[in-house]
Unconditional design. Structure first.
Length: 296
């Protein structure tokens, strides 16, 4: 079962969130029929999107759209995140989900090669109440995803962040997936920073820790070096949730205009639309299309 927990370390001078998203990433893998390479990339991406839903979204119905575009073969990755109380709801898609690359010389999946090293990360925050929009755009650092989001937090939000994301994939699917994010409070000193740096040098990767079935509390202690971390919240959830519907796609068909819709009716007599986020299919027969045409 996926788990998400928030902690404080060093008497409240450091905050962190630890997540196990194995079931979530396996669900996304099945929806999009991902390869091991694209599972690793999507797993990291979806995990940090889910974390942001719980750390960056403060009000229900606010949303974050995340666009990651590199010059690698997988093309764009897009995620949309909304929050409903303690639940971070995400939906994601990848432009080329069937990409598979050889392992790197160290035996690791080549996520950076799949994403690409040149491109951008774009974060669009939208407020449902004020109808305002914030756009944060940063160039990719490595395409390894964690480093790219770390750069975004540092430059666009002025928030020094330690971020680790990992996915282990085997022949049966997602073996483990998750991550952690550490942030310093304003009263943190060099002493806390040094202790965390030393702890991180000694800690295994997040993928290893999860595959060893370490609890999130154990992970929090390992990566901060604080054996007395304080649990803040453990009733949080990240879930895949696509809100597509036939009504929404009807509006999309109307929006293409009278000429294009007439062409579809005359040439095909029907339309099938596939949601890019969840792969659900919506079929429209000729009568339905003609009814929509009258609405234009």
């Amino acid at each position: 079962m996926d788990r998400i927990e928030k902690y404080l370390a060093y008497n409240g001078k450091v905050s962190l969130i630890c997540v196990n998203t194995t079931e979530l990433i396996e669900k996304i893998r099945k929806i999009h029929d991902l390869t091991p390479t694209t599972t690793a990339a999507m797993g990291r991406f979806a995990t940090i999107c889910g974390i942001m839903g719980l750390t960056s979204i403060k009000e229900n119905d606010d949303s974050i759209t995340v666009q990651l575009k590199g010059d690698g073969p997988i093309g764009s990755i897009v995620g949309i995140v909304k929050r409903e109380n303690n639940i971070s709801k995400i939906k994601t898609y990848m432009q080329n989900p069937l990409v598979e690359l050889p392992l790197k010389s160290n035996g690791k999946i080549d996520v950076g090669g799949a994403v690409g090293h040149v491109g951008y990360l774009n974060i669009i925050k939208q407020s449902a109440i004020t109808e305002s929009e914030y756009n944060g755009l940063v160039p990719l650092v490595s395409g390894e995803i964690a480093e790219d989001f770390t750069e975004y937090f540092a430059t666009s939000e002025q928030k020094p962040t330690v971020l680790a994301l990992g996915v282990l994939v085997n022949k049966d699917g997602t073996q483990s997936a998750g991550g952690y994010m550490i942030n310093l409070m304003p009263d943190a000193t060099e002493n806390e920073i040094t202790k965390i740096e030393e702890a991180l040098k000694m800690a295994p990767s997040i993928s290893e820790l999860l595959s060893e079935n370490k609890s999130l509390e154990e992970i929090a202690k390992r990566v901060t070096g604080d054996k007395n971390v304080q649990l803040l919240e453990n009733d949080l959830e990240i879930k895949f949730d696509c809100d597509c519907s036939k009504d929404k796609f009807e509006k999309g068909l109307i929006s293409i205009g009278k000429d294009d819709l007439t062409k579809i009716i005359e040439e095909d007599g029907k339309a099938e639309i596939v949601c890019q986020f969840c792969n659900k299919k919506y079929n429209f027969n000729k009568e339905e299309l003609e009814y929509l045409l009258k609405k234009i």
